[in-house]
Structures are given as structure tokens and as C-alpha cells.
Design a protein around this ligand. Structure first.
Ligand code: HEC
Length: 168
């Protein structure tokens, strides 16, 4: 680009004028690319800023409401802590194996305490949730004789009930 402009002018009879002229032309021509380059640089910096915020796609962050599903989040807790008693043996007439699904929990009256085992949307009135917390109104804490569920496990059960206690 620069060479093809200079060479024809340098070939004229007035090399000095030609060169000062061509440097003016050069400045004028370079003006646009320099401004453009600055814009591109600013754009790239902005992009880099975006990826710093942890979203490489540059998409706006989406507000996520934490949820829990029965099959993926809750059933594994029952499998690990409950089915030894609430399985084939079915203490309190309650089977918590995956084959039973939510049929023995949601909207089913407690065998011993007032209210439902699980009241959709309402952990604080669900006998199951109260028993996991060791609430005085619902007898022994579950799992009976074992360590209490972790805060993370309890939260999954709570989120599942809050989300409507779906068979999902
Ligand atoms: C060692 C045996 C054992 C384990 C393990 C156990 N339970 Fe129980 N569960 C019982 C017995 C016995 C009862 C009946 C006495 C009572 O209500 O406390 C019962 C009752 C319950 C009830 C009350 C049912 C009703 O109709 O009132 C719920 C809810 C419950 N268990 C949930 C669980 C959950 C959830 C787990 C696992 C986190 C669990 N249990 C682990 C023995 C166990």
C-alpha cells in the first residue's frame, strides 16, 4: 500500500515536494486505520472484560432459582440413609426405595403424627422434613440411630418440597 503510493510520486521531477506531499497523504490515509484500530482494541478489551466475569460466551448472566428433582437429588439420599429400614421392611409402613417413587410420601397422612408425610410447597408442615430436622413434635430424628443428614442433603429435600414435591 505505502510502496505503491510512493513509487510513482518518487519517480516525478520533484522528489522533495513529492515526499512531503506523500507524507501528508500518508497521514490522512493512516488516520482512518488508526482510529479504527483504536476502536477494535477497545472492543477486544471489552470482550476480555466480559470473559473475566466468568461467562466466555458474553451472554448476560441468567438468574437461576435453585431446584432439586426427586430422582436426581432426593432418591440417592433415601438410598444411602433410609432404605435399610424403609425398604422391604417398611418401618411405619413407608417404603422409600426408588420403585415406590413418591407414592408413599406426597399427600399421604403420617402413620403417627398429625399432617402429611410431605405437604407440597411446605417443608415446615411436612412430617418427613420435621423428622429429618429432629423437631420435637415428630418423635425421633431420622435416620433413626444414624447421623443427621448434612446441611446440603437437607437443603435438597427442602428444595424438592418447596418446588411442589414433584415425582420428577
Ligand atoms: C434404623 C431404621 C430407620 C432408618 C435408617 C430410618 N428410619 Fe424412618 N422410621 C423408622 C421407624 C422405626 C419409624 C417409626 C417410628 C417413628 O415414627 O419415629 C420411622 C418413621 C419415619 C417417618 C414417619 C412416617 C409416618 O408416617 O409418620 C418418616 C417420615 C421417616 N421415618 C423418614 C425417614 C427418612 C427420610 C430416613 C432416611 C433419611 C429414615 N426415616 C431412616 C426407622 C428408620
Amino acid at each position: 500500500m505505502m510502496r505503491t503510493r510512493r513509487q510513482p510520486r518518487g519517480a516525478t521531477a520533484l522528489p522533495v515536494q513529492a515526499s512531503s506531499q506523500s507524507s501528508q497523504v500518508l497521514m490522512a490515509t493512516l488516520g482512518a486505520p488508526v482510529v479504527g484500530g483504536a476502536l477494535i482494541l477497545a472492543f477486544l478489551l471489552a470482550l476480555a472484560g466480559c470473559s473475566d466475569s466468568g461467562d466466555p460466551t458474553g451472554a448476560p448472566p441468567i438468574e437461576m432459582t435453585p431446584t432439586a428433582t426427586y430422582a436426581a437429588d432426593v432418591q440417592p439420599i433415601w438410598d444411602a440413609h433410609c432404605t435399610s429400614c424403609h425398604g422391604a421392611v417398611a418401618s411405619a409402613g413407608m417404603d422409600l426405595r426408588s420403585t415406590a417413587g413418591t407414592a408413599m410420601l406426597v399427600g399421604v397422612a403420617s402413620a403417627t403424627y398429625g399432617g402429611s408425610r410431605v405437604a407440597p410447597g411446605s417443608p415446615s408442615t411436612s412430617v418427613l422434613y420435621l423428622k429429618l430436622q429432629g423437631d420435637a413434635s415428630t418423635g425421633d430424628r431420622m435416620p433413626l440411630g444414624g447421623a443427621a443428614l448434612s446441611a446440603g442433603e437437607l437443603e435438597k429435600v427442602r428444595l424438592w418440597i418447596v418446588g411442589g414435591a414433584l415425582d420428577n
